[in-house]
Design a protein around this ligand. Structure first.
Ligand SMILES: NC(=O)c1ccc[n+]([C@@H]2O[C@H](COP(=O)([O-])OP(=O)(O)OC[C@H]3O[C@@H](n4cnc5c(N)ncnc54)[C@H](O)[C@@H]3O)[C@@H](O)[C@H]2O)c1
Length: 376
């Protein structure tokens, strides 16, 4: 029997996404073949595909030397079931490790390093502001120092990816939307989001200078509103919140006036982009990773999600407005966010293809099979 016939719709979505990442980042996985990739923060949302995609590529390419993957994570938000289930894979190693401590001595030489160990959800980083700063500044510094040591020892790291954020642009002025990498930002250094925004900014400065001064091959990705499988239904970001309402058959709760505008990038496209940044990106260079269109309001996003919910599950709810219990929910929240991605397109061959409706449909199907998420 065709194995896809025994899969749930949610499992099918994941398999299709992994196939598309393995295909679209095929050259990058070939470069990683036989090498040791470390993913710090691999238990999080982006880790879901960052970790699964190379293991999937190994299974699809049994004649090639496998990519060995180590996940370092302090599991501050719990150990996800999908990661525990993967532990049987002989090419995966899970290590409980806080990135603000020196790297574990028994890890072996690292060829490629992805630093995504930082809480990305505003609700959670405001709960852990100092930890968020430490992970992006002190944690990054330890990784960069490791790279310098390895280079001196004649065992240089081939590539490092630091996750910055579109938040480094703050609330861009209208003439800087859509936003290119050259925009310097409009950011508060003391507001409720500053722990995140400013530590990402300082992190980028560290990257540029370690690239220049020590030749560390560190590259920077600036993600713009990624969503999709792996993003826990309890995360507090807007798409999983709407998905939960829809799957519960409840009204969609709008915690803002819904006028803020965003472009939303489906995670399979984004993760393909991240592997391209890691392998092909220029040292000390930053790349916007997102999509240019359509830029839609959160109200429109809710309407599209509700319409898809109706089509998929017979959803009949409406959108209702409520005040958030969190008084900082929308403080310093950028009004518009939309990237220019010409640099990633032309230098890396990044080519996001999943439309917003298709991405939302895939997300809702994935959430229908992943309605529970443990939260530490
Ligand atoms: N998802 C997005 O749209 C987006 C947007 C902008 C930036 N980013 C950045 O991408 C990276 C990954 O984002 P995500 O959405 O997967 O975040 P996430 O919050 O879902 O996952 C982060 C992971 O890092 C781990 N972690 C946090 N602090 C750690 C520490 N000190 N040591 C070890 N592990 C630690 C957490 O346990 C978690 O598993 C982050 O750096 C984030 O800032 C993501």
């Amino acid at each position: 029997m065709n194995p896809s016939m025994t899969m749930s719709p949610a499992e099918q979505i994941v398999q299709e996404d992994l196939d598309s990442i393995a295909h679209d980042a095929g050259d990058e996985f070939t470069a990683l073949s036989g090498r040791h990739l470390v993913v710090a923060g691999g238990a999080g949302f982006l880790g879901y595909y960052l970790v699964q995609a190379p293991l999937h590529w190994n299974r699809r390419n049994p004649a090639r030397p496998p990519i060995r993957v180590s996940v370092l994570d302090n599991f501050i938000r719990g150990v996800p079931a999908w990661l525990t289930a993967l532990a049987v894979d002989e090419n995966l190693r899970l290590v409980r490790h806080d990135i603000t401590n020196p790297l574990p001595a028994d890890l072996g030489d690292i060829d490629y390093f992805v630093h995504g160990a930082s809480i990305a959800s505003p609700i959670y980083y405001r709960r852990y502001p100092i930890e968020t700063m430490d992970a992006n500044v002190n944690g990054l510094r330890l990784i960069l120092d490791y790279c310098v040591t390895q280079k001196s020892a004649g065992r240089p790291v081939s590539g490092v990816l630091f996750y910055s954020s579109s938040e480094i642009y703050g609330d861009p002025t209208p003439e800087n939307i859509p936003t290119p990498e050259t925009y310097r930002g409009n950011v508060s250094c003391t507001g409720p989001r500053a722990c995140y925004d400013e530590s990402k900014r300082y992190g980028e400065t560290l990257c540029v200078n370690f690239a220049k001064q020590h030749g560390v091959p560190i590259k920077v990705a600036r993600p713009f509103n990624n969503y999709g499988p792996g993003l826990k239904i309890t995360d507090g970001r807007v798409i999983p919140d709407f998905a939960r309402n829809i799957l519960d058959g409840a009204d969609i709760i709008m915690l803002s006036d819904g006028s803020a505008q965003r472009t939303f990038c489906y995670v399979a496209d984004a993760v393909t982009g991240y592997f391209k940044v890691l392998v092909r990106g220029g040292a000390g260079e930053a790349y916007n990773i997102g999509v240019e269109t359509p830029e839609i309001s959160v109200n429109e996003l809710a309407a599209r999600a509700a319409a898809l919910g109706k089509e998929l599950f017979g959803y009949a709810g409406k959108v209702v407005r409520k005040e958030s219990a969190d008084k900082d929910y929308v403080v310093d929240n950028p009004y518009r966010r939309c990237p220019i991605i010409i640099k990633a397109r032309s230098e890396l061959g990044y080519a996001p293809a999943v439309t917003i409706d298709e991405g939302l449909r895939r997300s809702l199907l994935w959430y229908s099979g992943n309605r529970e998420a443990s939260e530490a």
